[in-house]
Design a protein around this ligand. Structure first.
Ligand code: GLA
Length: 382
């Protein structure tokens, strides 16, 4: 008897909806075949890669900008939901994005007036954020097509992304060869491991820019109920253009003190000049225990679902941003409207404007040395 078989085309939509088949990789996790995610403005086809562990935690990542397009993690009942903001299709990202899920470089965060001096020479970068340079410029690493390779790494399925940024790209000196490896580990972590080398002295500060709302499908409002801990005794206050003043200020007695876990909404509207300037939290915390390798730097708990996100890194700083620039004009995945403070970002990095702040930890990379930044986003629930 002839039995008709239905073959589901592995389109990006089918993959996002979770109805496309996949093959088990040697690490035990699932490595789905990449599917087309569409074409960039210049006609380059980009792909959507799926990394899934045995427990079902799953990240979908495109090699356009290294964007994490969706991230499904379990709540306290084992229910998997998408906990990051983004668009259903590439078109959304090409039209407008405040760096949803992106790899950020060459310099994450702001550089005053888009200028810095290195070895006596001044370099001029794009002023793409008021008077300042932000997140690598007009076409940062979030808007380039990376070369991608899926591998079964020791810890779980990985996506290895590489990109060579030419000498002078966006005004930065030196050819920068960058690798960013995403892994979904069997311990329910999404890890991002950056390495970079250069052929001339340059500056580097790479980070990751997912917008998290741990409520998942409960996401009917903002992240003001999320409870945050940041292991930092000090932060870097900013001027009206969000450039650090240079002071490392004690958090004691200020709304910036997250050493004791506190709901974001408890103090975000306090009469505090730093919060008023940034429209909420959008600051760099001076992390404790810098120089001691990887350590827990922040923890976020969402009370209704029990989801917990822990962030680990060896970096000296953490930019904690509460989606203050989201204003309800962006409609993202699942038809949701991204209203003010709908998500939060936790960006382990060096301090903003370090190239112009000699007292901050240095960000210069020289030939013969390798830049590294490993970020662990570890998920659990209780
Ligand atoms: C970073 C910055 C914010 C904002 C977002 C992107 O987190 O610190 O001010 O620019 O990126 O919208």
């Amino acid at each position: 008897m002839f039995i008709p078989r239905i073959f589901l085309a592995c389109t990006a939509a089918a993959v996002l909806a979770g109805i496309c088949g996949c093959a088990r990789n040697t690490a035990g996790g699932d490595a789905m075949k990449p599917v087309s995610f569409g074409k960039t403005a210049d006609g380059t086809e980009v792909f959507l890669y799926t990394l899934k562990n045995r427990a079902g935690m799953e990240a979908k990542i495109t090699n356009y900008g290294g964007l994490v397009v969706s991230l499904r993690v379990a709540d306290r009942n084992g229910k998997l939901d998408d906990v990051v903001l983004g668009y259903d299709s590439l078109a959304g990202y090409l039209k407008e994005t405040p760096y949803f899920g992106a790899l950020i470089g060459r310099y994450g965060n702001r550089i005053r007036n888009g200028k810095f001096t290195l070895e006596g020479k001044e370099f001029v970068l794009a002023a793409n954020n008021g008077p300042n340079h932000l997140h690598g410029g007009l076409k940062g690493f979030d808007k380039v097509v990376w070369t991608a390779e899926q591998v079964a790494a020791k810890d779980g399925p990985s996506l290895v992304l590489t990109y060579v940024s030419k000498d002078g790209d966006e005004g930065y000196p030196g050819t920068l060869t960058v690798k960013a490896v995403y892994t979904v580990t069997e311990a329910n972590e999404l890890t991002v491991e950056f390495t970079a080398t250069t052929d001339k002295p340059t500056i580097v500060n790479l980070t990751h820019h997912s917008y998290f709302n741990l409520a998942g499908d409960n996401q009917d409002s903002t992240i003001l109920n999320h409870v945050v801990m940041i292991d930092a005794d000090r932060f870097t206050p900013t001027d009206s253009t969000l450039i650090p003043t240079g002071e490392l200020k004690d958090v004691s007695g200020t709304p910036m003190d997250f050493r004791t876990p506190t709901a974001i909404g408890a103090r975000i509207n306090a009469d505090d000049v730093q919060l008023k300037r940034a429209g909420g939290y959008d600051h760099n915390w001076v992390l404790n225990n810098t120089g001691k390798g990887m350590r827990l730097i922040a923890r976020v708990t969402e009370p209704t679902t029990g989801r917990i996100l822990e962030v680990l890194s060896a970096e000296p700083g953490l930019q904690f941003y509460t989606g203050n620039f989201l204003d309800g004009t962006i409609k993202g995945k699942y038809g949701r409207t991204y209203v003010h403070r709908y998500a939060l970002c936790l960006e382990p990095q060096h301090f903003p404007d370090s190239p112009n702040q000699p007292a901050f930890p240095p960000v210069v990379l020289r030939p013969g040395t390798t830049y590294t930044n490993r970020i662990v986003y570890a998920f659990s629930a209780k």
